[in-house]
Design a protein around this ligand. Structure first.
Ligand SMILES: NC(=O)c1ccc[n+]([C@@H]2O[C@H](COP(=O)([O-])OP(=O)(O)OC[C@H]3O[C@@H](n4cnc5c(N)ncnc54)[C@H](O)[C@@H]3O)[C@@H](O)[C@H]2O)c1
Length: 259
């Protein structure tokens, strides 16, 4: 991507769960585009690594509203306002048939994946209102537009993200704040390996067979790379997407069925 046509130079960006995984790739892509990037993560170890890599980085749990109010204060101190919020934090949740799921673990999945995005939007909105061409990018999933057997809390939470995105695109559109979602397919990395292992255990099948099914979910017969998600996040926040609002953008190589 030609960084100069993105209009992201000097823009102030916050990426939640941005010190590891897909979030770190998103943070790096925004930095490459000339943005000023802050990341937050629940894990102090990866936050320290992000600081070493030159990011402004703070430890926060997005599922704890009080910690999100503190995060908003940290962003205000660091940047004085905010132009882009990337709501990336999300957990895989439990794997199993619905009757076996622990209700507390179900709630925990929503606490991070849905309530966390709500808290961040609510408490960072005053700073986004002071921002320049502000926008919000929410991480949903292919499981946010398709069903996924054995992953009901995750899938339900990611459908909720799309409902939140489409609703806020209308509400905040009047203030020229755009809100979009990204729906990644299975992304190459450590998390998908543990998801595949849990699914193999549930189905009683070899990990290699379930892994092949996950690759075959995409018409391209391969996993999505974290850079693909970062590219979409940068595009959605850029001036190239100035008329893109309320969309759930699939980055999944074309996926019609999930295992
Ligand atoms: N990995 C995939 O295949 C995939 C596919 C579709 C969608 N997604 C979505 O993309 C996003 C990022 O996924 P990932 O694979 O990089 O995740 P990951 O499991 O690798 O976690 C990335 C980071 O999130 C942090 N985190 C966890 N809970 C947090 C909390 N409460 N507050 C702050 N930080 C927290 C972790 O400490 C970790 O550093 C998630 O929303 C996920 O649901 C991932």
């Amino acid at each position: 991507m030609n960084e100069n046509i993105l209009g992201l130079e000097g823009r102030r960006v916050l990426v939640t769960a941005g010190a590891a995984g897909i979030g770190l790739h998103i943070a790096e892509a925004f930095r490459k585009a000339g943005a000023r990037v802050m990341v937050t993560d629940i894990n102090p170890k990866v936050v320290e690594q992000a600081r070493t890599a030159g990011f402004i980085a703070e430890v926060n749990d997005v599922s704890d509203e009080k910690q999100v109010t503190e995060l908003a204060e940290q962003v205000r101190e660091a940047f004085g306002g905010l132009d882009v919020l990337v709501n990336n934090a999300g957990i895989a949740g439990p794997t199993g048939p619905v009757s076996t799921l622990d209700s507390e673990v179900w709630k925990q999945t929503f606490d991070v994946n849905v309530h966390g995005q709500f808290y961040c939007i609510k408490h960072l909105l005053p700073l986004l209102r002071q921002g320049h061409q502000a926008s919000i990018v929410n991480l949903s999933s292919a499981a946010g537009r398709l069903g996924m057997a054995g992953r009901s809390p995750y899938s339900a939470s990611k459908w909720a993200v799309i409902g939140l995105t489409k609703t806020l695109a209308i509400e905040l559109g009047a203030e020229s704040i755009r809100v979009n979602a990204i729906c990644p397919g299975a992304v190459n990395g450590p998390r998908i390996e543990s998801v595949i292992e849990a699914k193999a255990e549930m189905l009683g099948q070899p990990v290699s067979e379930v892994s092949a099914l996950y690759h075959g979910q995409s018409s391209l017969n391969r996993l999505v790379e974290p850079e693909d998600i970062a590219n979409m996040a940068v595009f959605l926040a850029s001036s190239m997407a100035s008329n893109v609002n309320g969309q759930a953008m699939a980055v999944d190589g074309n996926t019609e069925k999930l295992y």
